[in-house]
Design a protein around this ligand. Structure first.
Ligand code: NI
Length: 228
């Protein structure tokens, strides 16, 4: 397990890095045998902080394999990609269901975990329906977060650095993983959406809530402190 202060300094080095994700092939999400016109995916409107859909508890998905769920998931992935997001929860697209999509690219864990921990730290594009998250440690790790429903802002959020989660995918197949680092952070952030919680509500120090366009001041301040 990486010491918290080490990862904090690494995070501070790249506080708000935005990465270009690879272009996921739509064909990997087989939407069924419907007419071609329903295979087209859509970019969905994202609910912003203040909309009631973001404040309630989302509902369980009765049938994760239903065609309308597969369609919704495909649209969520398209929407997440379009926004360069690391994750998206169904309530963010005005659908109060317990569905999240996310990815934890390896480059977010710069300089990278040892091979033995690599799987815990990174996740491929993942669809998780009816997720359950168990916190595995009381140890917290701070990191900068953003949210497509809170556009333009970044905030420093401390979260448990080791979690276990489970759920099913759109084929109904079970998914069970442990997660650390950014992987654990993105899972907790997305699953918080299913409880109506946005990351500012997790912040302990609101002086570290800032506009993305102003974050360079914080970066410069950290660099100056580092030279002291
Ligand atoms: Ni979010």
């Amino acid at each position: 397990m990486r010491p918290a202060d080490k990862s904090r300094s690494l995070t501070a080095k790249h506080p708000i890095r935005v990465w270009r994700r690879p272009c996921w092939a739509a064909s990997r999400f087989d939407l069924g045998s419907g007419a071609p016109h329903i295979l087209a995916m859509a970019i969905l409107k994202i609910a912003r902080m203040g909309h009631p859909v973001l404040t309630g508890r989302a509902n369980e998905v009765a049938d994760p394999t239903a065609p309308e769920i597969r369609r919704l998931v495909a649209d969520m992935i398209e929407t997440m990609e379009d926004s360069d997001g690391a994750g998206l929860a169904a309530p963010q697209v005005h659908v109060p269901l317990r569905i999240v999509v996310f990815q934890a690219p390896e480059e977010r864990t710069d300089p990278g975990p040892p091979e033995s921990e690599r799987f815990d730290h990174t996740a491929p594009l993942t669809v998780l329906i009816n997720p359950v998250v168990d916190v595995m440690t009381s140890e917290l790790e701070g990191g900068w977060e953003g949210c497509l429903s809170v556009p333009g802002l970044r905030g420093w959020v401390e979260r448990p650095l080791h979690v276990r989660y489970r759920g099913v995918d759109t084929a109904g197949a079970p998914i069970a993983r442990t997660a650390r680092g950014f992987h654990a952070r993105v899972v907790q952030h997305e699953c918080d959406h299913l409880e109506g919680i946005l990351y500012p509500a997790r912040m302990r120090d609101l002086s570290k809530l800032m506009f993305e366009s102003e974050a360079h001041h914080w970066v410069a301040g950290e660099a100056a402190r580092g030279r002291e």
